[in-house]
Design a protein around this ligand. Structure first.
Ligand SMILES: [Zn+2]
Length: 136
């Protein structure tokens, strides 16, 4: 989903449709389904110190960006003239890089452990062979 349309409503409906930014002036709140398609509802309060909404026909712009760090998808985008502009690739890359480094560390740890395990088995086998040779 890369576009979003503005729909003015009196109340935010329980079931949201994708691609629609619902705005209720009465409660100064906007709501939409996360643009990544994960189906999570994103509610943004509107106000001077919160999100500011501007519109161009039925094409909404919201500022600042929508950062869904609390959602599993962690999506981050800017709604501008009805377009979803994906942002935060940098942050996502950082998160991914962090996870990858962790995973590499974990794999290195287990590789080392299993290598030690193999050494221990071989050593055990040698010891047993020696004992056999010397009638132990
Ligand atoms: Zn999402």
């Amino acid at each position: 989903m890369n576009t979003i349309k503005l729909e003015r409503v009196q109340y935010i409906p329980k079931q949201l449709s994708p691609g629609i930014l619902y705005v209720t002036e009465r409660y100064s709140v906007a709501a939409h389904l996360c643009a990544c398609g994960c189906g999570n509802k994103v509610v943004t309060p509107l106000g001077p110190v919160e999100w500011s909404l501007s519109e161009n026909g039925d094409l909404p712009s919201l500022w600042p960006s929508i950062g869904n760090w609390q959602l599993p998808c962690r999506s981050h985008y800017i709604i501008s003239h009805g377009q979803i502009n994906w942002a935060g690739a940098w942050a996502d890359a950082q998160i991914l890089a962090g996870r990858r480094a962790e995973e590499q560390q974990r794999q290195a740890y287990y590789a080392e452990k299993s290598q030690l395990g193999t050494f221990a088995k071989i050593w055990d086998w040698i010891l047993r062979a020696i004992r056999k040779l010397f009638g132990g």
